[in-house]
Design a protein around this ligand. Sequence first.
Ligand SMILES: *Cc1c(COP(=O)(O)O)cnc(C)c1O
Length: 405
Amino acid sequence: MPGYEFFGEEERKEVNEVLETGILMRYGFDGPRKGRWKAVELENAIKETFGAGYAQLTSSGTTALTTALTVLGVGAGDEVIMPSFTFVASFEAVLSVGAVPVLVDVDETLTVNPDAVVKAITPKTKCIMPVHMCGSMADIDALQQICKEHNLVFLEDACQSIGAKYKGKCVGTIGDAGTFSFDFVKTITCGEGGVVMTNNEDTYIKCDGFQDHGHDHKGVDRGADLHPFMGQNFRISELHAAVGLAQIRKLSTFLEIQKKNHQVLRSYLQQIPEVSFRVIPDPEGDSCTFLSWFLPTEELTRAFITEMKAQGIAAGNFYWFDNNWHYIRKWDHLKSVTALNKLNDAQENGLKKLGTQDFSASDRVMSRCISTSIGLTWTEEQLKEKGEKMVAVLKKILSSQPVTA
Ligand SMILES: *Cc1c(COP(=O)(O)O)cnc(C)c1O
């Protein structure tokens, strides 16, 4: 899955070009930088690679989401509908703009269930933010339709699905805005970094200003820039952008390897009739960073993961084991409203409800789900061993536990 697996000469060369000039900032210093504009180059490469109208780099995926929410007018007291399964960054960004995260159930797509989204709409709802988890996409057409009908902002958190496509378009480029993360464990990495993509020029101009203290970038120098609105410092550095530039050139190779390894592993699991697979709204467009699949019951899932662990292999589960970061069940800090700063009243009230909300529909999906991260550097031998081991463990647990789903 992550780009760091293929880190090497190309990244070092790009970074060294920045180090040679010593200009680590993406703006200004026109003479000394000797024509090297890594952030601008990476933004152009992103537009080209993903077919986005505009691309604004930021310091992280979290700040990309914060920037997008802000420029799309999501603020104090607004409700943002998002899934119960994501990385904590998604609700952190919502909270940071003063808005209220309204969490709804996921289904076997591992992303928001459109019916649950409709049920959660109130007069305060401003935005629907699906999260294209684990390399694949939400039901974008259905969600876009809901946004149209209710006049809501559509923001795609595509941080985990770089290179996934929905009906021929890259995820993250379809909504009013979309974001990628380039943190160290994502499909391509800058070390730390993120991007907001949009097809709307006004949205882009606002992103450009907001992530740089509100600079309009029109002055003869930075001091002479005007500030049409307030901003933040969410800038990316040239060093990080340089790493990303080397990585984005490798993306098609990463995707090719992921798809190949994914297919092989899937063919092993397909031998077991009790295994079912994640529902993918556009299977052709899966970026294949994960192979996500289900067993019929919680008990079997638990038994499978326990046995894999005993054999020293992480199976990938966001519900039972060793992961406090991706699913509502383990977000006690959110449910108990544990914040260092004072939240606004709408946020306090909204979060208190989360503690008692019924997420049993999500539980039924997540407690049976195994998401196997697809390695880029696996040899054919290792892949075969992995597949055979998974099949052997599955046969073992299925023979000792009756299926009573
Ligand atoms: C990684 C991630 C983010 C945040 O990205 P950072 O670059 O780590 O801040 C946001 N949403 C999802 C779904 C992610 O996986």
